[in-house]
Design a protein around this ligand. Structure first.
Ligand SMILES: Cc1ncc(COP(=O)(O)O)c(C=O)c1O
Length: 408
């Protein structure tokens, strides 16, 4: 295998060359501490500030509203803990069933310490139950935290409506926008959001850097305690090189948002349509009307997702059978389970997620390799052999017949 075909960009992305080039001086000559009084360190702070301005411009925020963190997970933790700690009279946190584990497990920890956690369900297409949201968001609620876009299906949630709902009850609103930032336009000046989390490695910056947006005027309790960095809101010497890289990545995403959205959508749609045309018994999971342009989640019914991934891997094709954090477990993904997908579909779900570096030739190559892989796996799948889908149309469900022959 001489080339990797990387369709797993919701797990992580390649660092852009422009990003790497901008980072290098801060890993070599410009190693000063941005908090130092001397010029050698102090000059570095100007680059951190530029990165802050660039990131703020991407999300329609003011630079002072951006706090750099070590990752999206830290930003999520910081938002949830801060909202609970700064509003002791409100003891309720409202989240959804399909949040990332960074939110789900932080909510569990808060619950162990006395916060009441309400988890909103989703429907078969992964859309949030808005009636339940209206019921659950009340005067007790400290924070509503709903992701902007789901990492597995790409579903985009009605963030503005949810923020308004939260505010109408005096609650704060946080969104985990780790999968959305850089992929879809975000303008926080218009959206009335109080906290937003993002992560560098999802938009062609390196791993180990993220940010939390905190709307001006919203009370904030630092999650990481220590020095006075980030205006006293996040202690720890800044990861300067990565912050600079995130700034450049944000600038690239902002400058190319329209063309990139169109480009990745065309690749995604080509793959999806090709699969629909060539392979029987598949289903596209999620809300296909409202989803990220780069994501498709397809169930190849009656086969194991892990087996598909292993055979694709032999051709250098990388995809995912769930969120990267849950890979390694054979449990069906909590997102697809929450959507009520039948066992045979949840286990055969594959996520393909695209970036600016993918090409139409890669999609075509995958469309050549995938149908025989699925056919081969179905040949040895007892579920497929006994499924109604494998019987001719003239057979009734459950009747025994030989493959390809009509029942008497
Ligand atoms: C929706 C969502 N939130 C949070 C995270 C965690 O981000 P990080 O890897 O930067 O901690 C991820 C990563 O996959 C994600 O997809």
């Amino acid at each position: 295998m001489d080339k990797v075909i990387y369709f797993d960009n919701n797990a992580t992305t390649a660092v852009a060359k422009e990003v790497k080039d901008a980072m290098l001086p801060f890993l070599t000559d410009l190693y000063g501490n941005p908090s130092s009084i001397h010029h050698f360190g102090g000059q570095v702070m100007a680059h951190v500030d530029t990165a802050r301005e660039r990131l703020a411009a991407l999300i329609g925020a003011s630079p002072t509203e951006v706090i750099f963190t070590s990752c999206g997970t830290e930003a999520d933790n910081a938002a949830l803990w801060s909202a609970i700690l700064t509003q002791p009279t409100r003891r309720k946190l409202v989240i959804s069933q399909v949040e990332h584990s960074a939110i789900l497990n932080t909510a569990k920890e808060l619950e162990r310490r006395g916060t009441h956690v309400s988890i909103l369900p989703v429907d078969g297409n992964g859309r949030l139950d808005m009636d339940k949201a209206r019921e659950e968001i009340d005067e007790e609620t400290a924070l509503v935290s709903i992701m902007w876009a789901n990492n597995e299906t790409g579903n985009i949630f009605p963030i503005r409506e949810l923020a308004e709902l939260a505010h109408s009850k005096g609650a704060l609103f946080h969104t985990d926008a780790v999968q959305a930032v850089g992929k879809v336009p975000i303008n926080l000046k218009e959206d009335g959001i109080d906290f937003l989390s993002l992560s560098g490695h999802k938009l062609h910056a390196p791993k180990g850097v993220g940010a939390l947006y905190v709307r001006r005027g919203v009370r904030f309790h630092p999650f990481v305690q220590g020095g006075h960095q980030e205006s006293g809101r996040r202690a720890g010497t800044e990861n300067v090189a990565s912050i600079v890289g995130l700034g450049v990545a944000a600038e690239l995403a902002r400058a190319n948002m329209d063309t990139e959205q169109k480009y990745v959508r065309s690749l995604r749609d080509e793959l999806e349509q090709g699969v629909i045309a060539a392979i029987p018994s598949i289903r596209v999971n999620g809300d296909t009307e409202h989803r990220l342009p780069n994501t498709t989640n397809i169930s190849f019914e009656y086969v194991e997702g892990e087996s598909i991934l292993m055979l694709l891997d032999q051709f250098g094709i990388c995809a995912s059978s769930g969120s990267a954090c849950t890979t390694g477990s054979l449990e069906p993904s909590h997102v697809l389970s929450a959507m009520g997908l039948p066992y045979t579909a949840a286990h055969g779900a594959i996520r393909f997620s695209f970036s600016r570096y993918n090409t139409i030739d890669e999609v075509r190559f995958t469309l050549e390799k995938l149908p025989p892989i699925i056919a081969r796996l179905r040949e040895i799948s007892p579920y497929w052999q006994s499924s109604a889908a494998n019987k001719p149309a003239c057979c009734k469900m459950g009747e025994c017949c030989k493959k390809g022959e009509c029942c008497k």
